[in-house]
Design a protein around this ligand. Structure first.
Ligand SMILES: Cc1cc2nc3c(=O)[nH]c(=O)nc-3n(C[C@H](O)[C@H](O)[C@H](O)COP(=O)(O)OP(=O)(O)OC[C@H]3O[C@@H](n4cnc5c(N)ncnc54)[C@H](O)[C@@H]3O)c2cc1C
Length: 471
């Protein structure tokens, strides 16, 4: 085994490759094959071969790894993750809102504990390429071979697609000074610092177009930032620029915005951001507004584009989302939209393209919401499905058990002192060609959407899911 231990095996031991693996050259011989991706890792060391390799140590990846080991402790499972530590996006808006006790330590977790508890291995490395034909995963540290591959790599931002005229340097600069904070890492910390250093003035949050991670997140964030500004006596508004008029949990958020924040939160619909000038702290956008005339055939308003601009103190530019580039590296069939979700083999977590490649989490092509709770649910189903396969047993999701009540529960904190939250639940069904989810936003007994009981349930949910992953 030819690798640097300090770089690689911080968390667990990678198993030694089969003897033949040492003679494999990896990249060059795969370039002509149809399934091989175009680029190759420069490091062709063979690191080892594993029965099951999971790419991504996030909500989906850690769940599937631990549940595979719960199914059979003899399974040889490796998780490849590029980050040193786990950072939770769920509930992180309460960190921006400076709710009591919600400091950064509540969101960052060490991988050592679950690795030790469940006995899977972990490699800290960035995946740079996947060769499905050779069953190889290329990383900067070398090549890992697999029998079964599970993808849970989450999302990436599509700055290039959204702002085609922006240079690489501008994208890099804007993503640094106005981070989206939808991806685990340092983005939330930069956004929190920007809020801490802001003077009186407005905060702008931009909503991505198309499918994106945790659809209520920008709207919950507006509440938490407004609550922070109120606490800190910062004069200004939170402006939400939304390219559509869709608001996840819309009625519930609108109720909270007007009753808790008056006119402090302003939602501008059909507003598509066109440019950012970070030197003058100005966002420009086009807004579709009614001309006052009606379409003769449909009776609907005829709209026109109006160019507008707005100054900000803090910008949270949440760029359009797409599936992580890892999906593209695997050359899997994906949906035709701009997100490119992985097409699935019926109501299974096996991909439609390759029986040895599975997908879970936000990249999954089922009709279920992109959430940590859903990734957790999918991780458990996927582990059961693979365990059945490796034990030579038939497996399918039990039709008589549909719909699964509240397969997904997603909370959003909307108020502080007292803490109040809203929620959406999804019942999952698999009687069709893919797994689907049907949402419901319940009201509290007093007729309001938000309640202190739901805020307590949010904290309980968070403690529970983090406990499941890390203790
Ligand atoms: C602000 C916010 C609030 C949210 N609130 C909730 C909530 O209340 N409830 C809820 O259920 N969900 C919530 N979510 C959604 C939730 O965070 C995601 O749906 C969930 O993390 C998806 O899990 P995943 O495994 O697909 O991706 P992730 O958890 O993002 O994990 C992907 C992992 O893959 C790694 N990775 C990516 N590329 C590579 C590579 N090339 N090489 C190696 N590793 C790689 C990443 O570093 C990451 O650790 C929220 C999200 C946000 C942003």
């Amino acid at each position: 085994m030819n690798m640097n231990r300090r770089d690689v095996l911080k968390y667990g031991a990678i198993s030694v490759a089969a003897a033949t693996a040492a003679t494999m050259s990896g990249c060059s011989k795969t370039e002509a094959k149809p399934t091989a991706a175009k680029t190759c890792s420069s490091n062709k060391n063979i690191l080892g071969k594993h029965q099951i390799v999971v790419i991504g140590g996030g909500f989906g990846g850690l769940t599937v790894a631990s549940h595979l080991k719960k199914n059979d402790s003899n399974f040889d499972v490796l998780v490849i993750e590029k980050n040193d530590t786990f950072m939770s996006c769920p509930v992180s808006n309460t960190y921006l809102g400076k709710l009591e006790g919600m400091n950064v330590g509540k969101f960052i977790f060490d991988y050592a504990k679950p690795v030790e508890k469940y006995g899977y291995s972990m490699l800290k490395a960035e995946v740079t390429n996947i060769d499905r034909e050779a069953k190889e995963i290329h990383t900067a540290l070398g090549i890992v071979q697999y029998e079964i591959l599970i993808l849970s790599p989450g999302i990436a931002y599509d700055y290039e697609g959204q702002f085609p005229t922006w240079s690489k340097e501008k994208i890099s600069h804007i993503s640094r000074v106005a981070p989206g904070a939808l991806i685990p890492g340092s983005e939330h910390i930069i956004l929190e610092r920007n809020l801490k250093n802001m003077e009186d003035g407005d905060v702008i949050i931009t909503v991505p177009a198309g499918k994106f991670r945790c659809p209520p997140a920008p709207f919950e964030r507006a509440c938490m930032i407004a609550s922070y500004m109120k606490k800190e006596d910062i004069a200004g508004k939170v402006i939400i620029l939304n390219p559509t008029n869709n608001i996840a949990k819309g009625a519930a958020f609108k109720e909270a915005w007007s009753e808790l924040y008056g006119n402090m939160i302003e939602h501008i619909d059909f507003a598509t951001i066109t440019d950012v000038d970070s030197s003058t702290k100005t966002v420009t956008y086009t807004q579709k507004v009614p001309t006052g005339e009606k379409d003769k055939d449909t009776g609907s308003d005829i709209m026109k584009d109006v160019n507008k601009s707005h100054k900000y103190q803090v910008l949270n530019l949440i760029a359009n989302n797409k599936a992580s580039p890892v999906v593209q590296m695997a050359t899997l069939e994906t949906t035709n939209d701009s997100f490119h979700k992985v097409k699935m083999n019926g109501c299974s977590f096996q991909t439609a393209t390759d029986k040895d490649v599975y997908a879970i989490g936000d990249v999954v092509g089922h009709g279920i919401p992109p959430s940590g709770q859903t990734a957790n649910w999918a991780g458990i189903q996927c582990a059961n499905e693979i365990a059945h396969r490796l034990h030579g047993k038939a497996y399918s999701l039990p039709v008589e058990k549909t719909p699964v009540s509240a397969g997904n529960v997603c909370y959003s904190m909307v108020g502080d002192k007292p803490e109040e939250a809203i929620m959406v639940t999804h019942d999952f069904s698999w009687t069709g060609t893919v797994i689907t989810g049907k949402g419901n936003v319940p009201k509290a007994p007093d007729g309001k959407y938000r309640s202190q009981a739901t805020a307590k349930a949010l904290h309980d949910w968070y403690r529970g899911i983090m406990g499941d992953l890390f203790s």
